[in-house]
Write a protein that binds this ligand. Sequence first.
Ligand code: IVH
Length: 671
Amino acid sequence: MAISVQNKIKKLRDEIQQHNYSYYVLDEPAIPDAEYDKLMRSLQKLEDANPKLITADSPTQRVGAVPLDTFLPAKHEVPMLSLGNVFSAEELEAFEIRIKDRLKRDINIDYTAEPKLDGLAVSLIYEKGVLVRGATRGDGLTGEDITENIRTIKSIPLRLRKNKKLPDRLEVRGEVFMPKKGFEKMNAIARKKGEKTFVNPRNAAAGSLRQLDPRNTAKRPLDIYFYSATNIEKLTKITSQYESLQFLKELGLKVCPEVALVPGYRGCLSFYEDILKRRDKLDYEIDGVVYKVNDLVLQKELGFVSRAPRWAVAHKFPAQEAVTKVNRIEFQVGRTGALTPVAKLDPVFVGGVTVSNATLHNMDEVQRKDVREGDKVIIRRAGDVIPEVVKTVLKPGKQRNKSVRAPVKCPVCDSEVVRIDDEAIIRCSAGLFCPAQRKGAIKHFSSRTAMDIEGLGDKLVDQLVDEELISSVQDLFNLDKEKITALERMGEKSATNLLNAIEKSKNTTFPRFIYSLGIREVGEATATALADHFSDLNALLNATNEELQEINDVGPVVAENITAFIDQAHNREVIDELINVGIVWKKKASVNKENNSLAGNTYVLTGSLEKLSRPKATEQLKQLGAKVTSSVSKKTTAVIAGANAGSKLNKAEALGVKILSEKDLLKLLKS
Ligand code: IVH
């Protein structure tokens, strides 16, 4: 009898472990969460009834119930080193030249390119496959024993998967981090409760691992990617870094899916460019790329200098955060009249560019962050996102200016400012009488995703409105060439180019036209939905609120915005004039019906394409009736993989989904 319970428990544990592997390492859950919970409950029940059969590596034993007094020191048998940095292509090339000089031969070198995860380095020791110790890096020689906290991280296996190559004792290293989504959620909850929030995911991960009570750590959304196994070449027959990462995966340890094997420093550079572009889309923070000489024999030959290996280097991204001073706080008036507080800064280099303005979003944010003129602040510029003020850094005791007050008059047209109940936004009440709102409407109209008037940028719109050459969008189509030529910084040639671009923009699409009108909360997606629903402009202009709400993308608020817009005589006049000057689009029946050859197919684009940009490729696939999604599943028709494709390609391979090259894609689009 006892044997059968023991067997049952073992079977359940094995089954749960297998599901953990599918879920965390393969990223392909094999069963629904509810089923998994059921297995866990069954195991828990059996263990409750047979406490003697509980082992430390049972999946039920993650969270210890007793807080520690302090963390004990944990000595590293092999020191945990740091990495040298490079910040440019030139420095990277120099790194490779140094390697070749050192090796005294000119051979082609392959590297693994691994995202440099922005979290905390940890060392884990497994004995006979069972996790026995987890430690922080500390000073590289001695860290802190955080085994109890490490055990609470669900994606860390308490027992490794069986493997012939598994040595009796194995040390693995990796980076514990907090995924961005988990971080946002945690901060949102803290904010609601009026508790302190964390500044960034890295600090949040560090704070979480430093909890003396593992029950607190268990509540934090932590995760890990492993990047090395100590002495692997001695313990196994593995001969390269890339293979050792595959080995870690076989053991059930998560490896970053973006990791790639690349040829030479040029291969490293193209990996860097690609991942830098996609950085914001990843669900974890990275602050650069680590390149490691792939061949372990070469690594050994290269050895170490002071405390860093000669065979690896970190290629850092431009810093996304910097400290600077707020000189003034101004209010900018946008297209919809919203007043946005903007911090005017001492110029500072951040995220690869010099920044002198940062947004404070709205008055609630100004108050919450308590930013005042003269304060030192941290500003952040992530990717193409508008730079924002993160927080103040105050010197204790330093005299500060008064708090910022919301203006009562529009700073541009002096009209009254209104605040709509329970909206964080304050607005200028003057509508299109306010020059700022007029400029905003024209800038929106001519922008790339709207009417796409090439060369008509923000500065030129300001100039045209200030010089009273235009006051509304339809005036663009009656511009006088001589008057434009006479503008400052303009010439005959630029004037001709501008007029040609305006002429060209008259040939547009129905969704673009709707979007360009700037109806509040009608973005590109809603504009497309409206264009799909209504056969022509008249049908849209005569639509009732109820009819609008029948459309998928349109709720009561948006429907109200649309009817309010089309009910205004002034807006009707503008639309009429735009049609009169010759704005046209193809009727949709002819576009849709003729070529629906890819209807019912779903594609995923990954990696970088050479001939087409990804948005262009997406648009063209959609025009042929295909769906384009961002994640791979069994239902995906095919994955189109460009250069440096990473996790999505791997997943497609694992699921047996068809893989197409860019060439195949071009053929497909032609057919
Ligand atoms: S390898 C001997 N690989 O960067 C090589 N480190 O400055 C030692 N890091 O403390 C590290 N991602 O916390 C390596 N894929 C990666 C990494 C990585 C992040 C961190 C790690 C280390 C620091 C090195």
